[in-house]
Structure formats: structure tokens, C-alpha cells
Design a protein around this ligand. Structure first.
Ligand SMILES: *[C@@H]1O[C@H](CO)[C@@H](O)[C@H](O)[C@H]1NC(C)=O
Ligand SMILES: *[C@@H]1O[C@H](CO)[C@@H](O)[C@H](O)[C@H]1NC(C)=O
Ligand SMILES: *[C@@H]1O[C@H](CO)[C@@H](O)[C@H](O)[C@H]1NC(C)=O
Ligand SMILES: *[C@@H]1O[C@H](CO)[C@@H](O)[C@H](O)[C@H]1NC(C)=O
Ligand SMILES: *[C@@H]1O[C@H](CO)[C@@H](O)[C@H](O)[C@H]1NC(C)=O
Ligand SMILES: *[C@@H]1O[C@H](CO)[C@@H](O)[C@H](O)[C@H]1NC(C)=O
Ligand SMILES: *[C@@H]1O[C@H](CO)[C@@H](O)[C@H](O)[C@H]1NC(C)=O
Ligand SMILES: *[C@@H]1O[C@H](CO)[C@@H](O)[C@H](O)[C@H]1NC(C)=O
Length: 635
């Protein structure tokens, strides 16, 4: 257990603070800058995901779902309940990217309401004119939403920036008075720091000292490393705190903060990583076992943290992992129609049932806790918003996440550019990119670390091998139109997992045995929401034999590209993705633990029947699955 403890210590050492050693001379630049919300739009299958989300729970919950009753700090006020729990933070980009007038109107009402009710001290929130204690954290997700609205609509700048400065001035005084710092505020201090850095970068208005001082105050009152021993400590805080070292680096200018960010990331995934890309933490960090769970909030917060880490550091390992999480762990935890979500997902998940308690494993409206209901909507929209960045000097544009997108921006050289990426990636290796620009510039595209024998063909030229530097392939775009085709093949690979088991990958996708692939889904409805019958709680149960060992030497990749060129909608559901694998398998004894969980994969199991061939499908489409397999040698 010693190594686990040191992993805890390093990851949670994020919160230890070394104050007074820093000569603050401003903020260190980021390596890459994000584009304003709305500059990057999804197309093709990714647009379909966004519309499914918009037509599902994420896009409708503000109409029927109030989490007021479940929390006291919101004070029974539905405006604040929506603004402060993270719902607003996801609704803002969802509404804009889907161009959904209902969501856009509602986010505008929420913003107006919160700002109109800011009191003379600068406080915003349900505590205005009450004696309720004031804690800072509820404002952090609200401020993230407000920033995104300003980026999308600069007309809001003056009003929002003025309100934020009133609040920052108050918060600075409160922190110095040791006020406003509850457990969440202390654990999530970096989220406030990132808002302060946004003000510093874009609207400093002579307030640099106030902003830097507040950043230092937040870091110095952030959770100390000793809290690793606090039983309240949990996975979502870790997912969010992955931003703490890079956020601190910008004002400490201390390379050791970036080194620690990198080491914390590596150790977290070394000891708790999942083949789906995410880490295991069913409340607390969970180790490697395939039945230990991962909360949906951890999935979306780690994606957002990884995007930020990349923008500060430029290290491609962060975004390689975010892309894996987005294309595997994220869709696995939601039904294809986005109406039901889990609280906890497992790599080996033979059922999704009410274990009475906990309720964490069913797909539903708010299984176990409501937090992921209101927090999950940020997942796809923020992935889309961070899919392109500019270089720090804003003279170049880079595609960071591979998939179908359209981006329009103006580079600093007075160069309006549009980039259209036509692809069904990750369900194909090929991406067709069209760039239009007024002036020549260097364009970059990320080449994932798993690509083998990748090629590029520019303007119908011959295919030439890729030559990425630090994960980015440079493409010289000329004035006018440049078209290039990327081909990004990958080998079928296996990953060692506990008990001698293996997981299967090819490129960005992880593959699983989908128990529903040959039989109709057997789902039973536990509960309906009274106001929204589509918001169902579903139990899924085994209907097919799943007790197999596989021979990894027999894995064969199968590509059945859609004849229409278009993927089905949804694509992340049973039997629908065009990619699969076949593998030789044999039946084995593999006991269940109760009627819900599978035990650990047996090591070197004996075959109990004749060999057969089974198909593996992308993990995100397999809502019940085995994805860490015992191994045998086929005859
Ligand atoms: C960062 O890592 C160094 C070792 O490289 C360690 O001495 C230091 O305590 C770490 N800082 C934090 C805040 O964890
Ligand atoms: C940078 O951080 C390290 C480890 O946390 C610390 O020992 C060192 O004093 C810091 N350097 C500066 C210039 O603050
Ligand atoms: C902080 O850095 C600035 C700029 O490098 C320098 O002029 C100043 O003397 C430093 N202050 C201290 C207290 O080291
Ligand atoms: C967004 O929708 C409105 C109508 O609600 C339409 O006028 C506008 O052109 C749309 N914008 C985009 C970018 O599609
Ligand atoms: C708070 O109370 C003051 C004084 O009664 C009043 O002017 C103000 O409108 C109230 N603010 C809110 C948000 O209710
Ligand atoms: C790539 O896209 C461009 C623009 O849509 C199109 O003209 C071209 O035929 C496409 N190339 C391939 C190989 O699909
Ligand atoms: C890469 O090229 C080598 C040599 O031609 C070949 O053996 C290998 O199968 C290729 N791998 C992929 C994934 O294309
Ligand atoms: C489907 O699930 C129900 C309830 O969980 C169960 O009674 C039934 O036997 C299952 N049907 C099949 C085909 O497995």
C-alpha cells in the first residue's frame, strides 16, 4: 500500500502551499490560447452528439428539474440553484453551440438575475439579504458560465467585468478575514484563480495587484496536503484540482509547479487509471480493479482540466488522454439518447441495477447524487470549445482534438481563417481538412501518440510521412484554399490489467465485449419523473453469456464504413459503431459477486467449452460490457 499512499500524497500535494518564496512579476503566458465560445462548431457525428444532448436531459433539465430541494445553500431559490451548481456552466456552451434559443434565453435571464441582485458589498447569490453564511465556492461555476457568455457576446463585457471586480474586492477582504472558505472553496480554489487570470489577461483595467494578491490568498488558504487523511476527500476534487499546479505556475513562475502537475497526472493514472482513459474513484481514489467505479463528474472535470493543462504547458500527453476520455469514458456513462446517466461506471459492468443501496449504477435522472445531472452537460461542449487553440502570439491555429469541426477566427496578422474538418474520426483514420485564409500561415494539427505510419497529402499531392514536433504536425497554409488529407492508422494494442487480464485498444478507441450485441436490450424502468416521462431510471441486466477468456494474438480489426458516409444517430449505442474487432474466445468459470457485480478476472482460467469467436465493439457504445479480459491460448 506504500506506493498508493505516496500517489495520494503527490496528487494531493497539489494543495500544499509555499508562500513567500515567489517574486510576482505578473502572469506567465500560456503556450496556447483558447478561442471564444462559438468560434468552433461541431459538424457531422459530433454535431449529432451535441443535438442528442440538447434534446436529452442536458438540454431539458432546466425546464423541469430543480435541485433546490436537495441542498441548503441555495436557499430554495431556483435561479441560484441553476446558476451555482454547475448547471449554468454547462448550459452556456451547450446553448450557444447548439444555437438553442430556449437555452440561450434562459442563461441570459440567469446572468441578468444574479447581477441585478448583487448587493452593495459585492456579494452575489442567495445569501443576499439573509443571515445565511457566505461561502465562495458556489460562485466559481457561475463565474465560468459568465466568462463564456462574455466571450460569445462582447456586449456583456462591461456589466460582467464590473460585477466580477466588485465580487473579487469583497472576496479578497473576506479571505484575509478568514471568511467564506468552506471545504469546497478550499478544495477548488484554482477555479476562482482561473477566473482571476481571465480578468488579468483580458480586462486588467489597472487591477493587477488586486488580482495577483487574491490568487496568492486563495493558494495560501487552499487545502494543505495533510488533508489527504481527511475522509471527506474525493475524486471530483482531484479531477478539478489537476488545474491547481498549472494555475499556480502562472503566478509563481516556478517550473516545479509544472513538473509537479505532470508527475501528479502520471501517478494518478499509473495507480488508478482505466483503459477508458479516466481514473477510478467511487468517492475516493479506487485503485485498479475493473469493478470499481468512476463518477461522471470526474469524467467531465478531468476533460476540462486536461484541456487547461495543455494550454498552459503545451504537453500533448494531456490532450491525448482527454480525447480518449471523450471518445470512451464519456459516452459509456450515458444512454445513447442522453436521457439517462450513471453516477458510477465500471470497466467490467455486467449489470446496471439498484443495489439498494447504493443506487449509483443505474442509468437515470439523478442516481445516487444529483451533482452529475447538473455537471455532465459541460462535457461535450467544452471538449468542442477547446478543440482548437491559437499559438500564444495568435499567428497560428492548431487543431487539438481530432473530429469533425468548423472553426472561424482572425489571426493577429489580420488574417481571417476558416477551417473545416470533414471526417467520421474516431470511427475512421482519415481526416479531410480545408483551410481558407487571406494570408499564408502555419497551421498545426495534433498527431496522437498512438498513430503508426501516419501520412499527409496536401492539395492532392502524394502522401508523405508525418513529422510531428511535440505532437503537432505543421502544415503550410497558403493564401486562398489549402486542402489536406491525414491518414492516421494505429496498431491493435493490448494493455496489461490486474490479475493477468488485458484491455484492447486501437487508436483512440478502447474495445469491449458488449453483452447486448446479439440480443435486444433488456432494460426495465424503475421510475419515471412526474414532469418529464423521458427522464427514466433504467436497470440493465445480462441477457447473454459474458464469461469468456480471449486469445489476444487472434485479435482482428474490422472496419465496415457506413455506405452513406454518415454514421447512425446515436452512434454510441449497442451495435451501432462501424468499427469492431473479432477475437477467439473460450467459455470459462467466472463467478458473479451477488447478482450485480462480476468478480476479478480469473488468472489463467481453464476453458470449460469449445472455442468460439466473439466481437468487441467500442467501449462507449457498450453500456454493459466486459473490457478487462482473462487470457487463454487458442488451440
Ligand atoms: C513539487 O515537487 C517537488 C519535488 O520535485 C517537491 O519537493 C515539492 O514539495 C512539490 N510541491 C508540491 C506543492 O507538492
Ligand atoms: C519553486 O518550488 C520549489 C518546490 O516547491 C521550492 O523549493 C522553490 O523555492 C520554489 N522556487 C521559487 C523561486 O519560488
Ligand atoms: C522581483 O523581480 C523584479 C523583476 O525581475 C525585480 O526588479 C525585483 O527586485 C524583485 N523583487 C524581489 C523582492 O526580489
Ligand atoms: C441561430 O438561430 C437563429 C434562430 O433562432 C438564426 O437566426 C441564426 O442564424 C442561427 N445562427 C447560426 C450560427 O446558425
Ligand atoms: C436587500 O435589502 C435592501 C434593503 O432593504 C434592498 O434595497 C434590496 O433591494 C434587497 N436586495 C435584494 C436582492 O433583495
Ligand atoms: C476533401 O474535401 C474537399 C472539400 O470538400 C473535397 O473537394 C475533396 O474531394 C475531399 N477529398 C477527399 C479525398 O475526400
Ligand atoms: C506500419 O508499417 C509497417 C511497415 O510497412 C507495417 O509492417 C505495419 O503493419 C504498419 N502498421 C500500421 C498500423 O499501419
Ligand atoms: C429482463 O429483465 C427482467 C427484469 O429484470 C427479467 O425478469 C427478464 O427475465 C429479463 N429478460 C431476459 C430476456 O433476460
Amino acid at each position: 500500500m506504500a506506493h498508493l499512499k505516496s500517489a495520494f500524497l503527490l496528487v494531493l500535494g497539489i494543495f500544499s502551499t509555499v508562500l513567500g518564496q515567489t517574486n510576482i512579476t505578473g502572469l506567465a503566458p500560456k503556450q496556447f490560447l483558447s478561442l471564444p465560445l462559438g468560434s468552433i462548431l461541431p459538424t457531422g457525428w459530433l454535431h449529432d452528439q451535441l443535438m442528442l444532448q440538447t434534446n436529452g436531459l442536458a438540454g431539458n433539465e432546466h425546464l423541469f428539474y430543480d435541485y433546490v430541494s436537495d441542498t441548503d445553500w441555495i436557499g430554495g431559490d431556483s435561479f441560484y440553484s441553476t446558476a451555482e451548481e454547475g448547471k449554468f456552466n454547462g448550459m452556456v456552451p451547450n446553448g450557444v453551440l447548439a444555437n438553442n434559443s430556449g437555452i440561450i434565453q434562459r442563461t441570459q435571464e440567469l446572468l441578468d438575475y444574479v447581477l441585478a441582485n448583487q448587493d452593495s458589498t459585492g456579494w452575489m447569490g442567495p445569501e443576499v439579504n439573509t443571515t445565511k453564511p457566505r461561502f465562495l465556492w458556489g460562485r466559481y461555476p457561475f463565474m465560468f458560465g459568465a466568462i463564456q457568455m462574455v466571450e460569445n457576446n462582447p456586449d456583456l463585457t462591461d456589466k460582467v467585468v464590473a460585477a466580477l471586480y466588485k465580487f473579487v474586492t469583497l472576496a479578497n477582504a473576506m479571505i484575509k478575514n478568514n471568511e467564506g472558505l468552506d471545504e469546497w472553496s478550499e478544495a477548488r480554489w484554482q477555479d476562482f484563480v482561473i477566473t482571476l487570470q481571465w480578468l488579468y489577461d483580458f480586462h486588467p483595467d489597472g487591477n493587477e495587484d488586486l488580482l495577483l494578491d487574491t490568487m496568492l490568498q486563495l493558494k495560501s488558504t487552499g487545502l494543505p496536503w495533510e488533508l489527504v487523511f481527511d475522509p471527506q476527500w474525493h475524486g471530483v476534487n482531484i479531477a478539478e484540482s489537476l488545474k491547481a499546479f498549472p494555475a499556480a505556475y502562472r503566478f509563481t513562475h516556478n517550473q516545479s509547479d509544472l513538473d509537479n502537475a505532470s508527475a501528479a497526472w502520471d501517478i494518478l493514472f499509473q495507480y488508478h487509471g482505466r483503459p477508458s482513459g479516466i481514473f477510478g474513484a467511487d468517492e475516493y481514489l479506487a485503485g485498479m480493479e475493473a469493478v470499481r467505479g468512476t463518477e461522471l463528474c470526474i469524467v467531465v472535470e478531468t476533460m476540462f482540466s486536461g484541456s487547461y493543462l495543455y494550454q498552459v504547458t503545451g504537453d500533448p500527453k494531456y490532450v491525448d488522454r482527454v480525447e480518449r476520455i471523450a471518445y470512451n469514458a464519456l459516452p459509456a456513462e450515458l444512454t445513447g439518447d442522453f436521457w439517462s446517466r450513471q453516477y458510477l461506471q465500471q470497466q467490467n459492468q455486467i449489470a446496471a441495477k439498484n443495489m439498494n443501496p447504493p443506487y449509483s449504477n443505474v442509468f437515470g435522472l439523478e442516481p445516487n447524487y444529483p451533482c452529475c445531472t447538473v455537471n455532465h452537460p459541460q462535457g461535450w461542449p467544452k471538449f468542442i470549445t477547446n478543440a482548437f487553440v491559437t499559438t500564444a502570439d495568435q499567428s497560428s491555429l492548431a487543431q487539438v482534438y481530432l473530429g469533425p469541426f468548423q472553426t472561424t477566427t482572425t489571426l493577429t496578422t489580420g488574417n481571417p481563417v476558416t477551417v473545416t474538418v470533414n471526417t467520421i474520426y474516431p470511427f475512421s483514420d482519415s481526416l479531410n481538412t480545408t483551410i481558407t485564409a487571406t494570408k499564408a500561415f502555419t497551421y498545426y494539427v495534433r498527431i496522437p501518440s498512438w498513430v503508426v505510419n501516419g501520412t499527409i497529402s496536401i492539395n492532392d499531392g502524394s502522401s508523405t510521412p508525418l513529422s510531428p514536433k511535440n505532437g503537432l504536425q505543421a502544415v503550410q497554409a497558403s493564401a486562398g484554399t489549402t486542402v489536406f488529407i491525414l491518414n492516421l492508422p494505429a496498431e491493435v494494442t493490448t494493455e496489461s490489467r490486474p490479475h493477468g487480464s488485458i484491455a484492447v485498444h486501437r487508436g483512440p478507441l478502447h474495445y469491449a465485449f458488449d453483452k447486448y450485441v446479439l440480443v435486444p436490450r433488456n432494460s426495465s424502468v424503475l421510475t419515471d419523473n412526474a414532469q418529464q416521462p423521458l427522464a427514466q431510471d433504467l436497470e440493465l441486466d445480462a441477457t447473454a453469456v459474458w464469461q469468456y477468456a480471449i486469445d489476444p494474438t487472434t485479435l482482428q480489426f474490422v472496419n465496415n464504413p457506413p455506405t452513406s458516409g454518415t454514421l447512425p444517430s446515436p452512434v454510441f449505442d449497442s451495435g451501432l459503431p462501424p468499427l469492431s474487432m473479432t477475437v477467439t474466445a473460450c467459455p470459462i468459470d467466472w463467478p458473479e459477486a451477488g447478482d450485480t457485480f462480476v468478480t476479478s478476472p480469473p488468472t489463467n482460467p481453464a476453458c470449460t467449452g469449445t472455442q468460439t469467436t466473439i466481437a468487441l465493439t467500442p467501449y462507449g457504445a457498450a453500456k454493459l460490457r466486459i473490457s478487462e479480459f482473462p487470457v487463454f491460448t487458442a488451440q
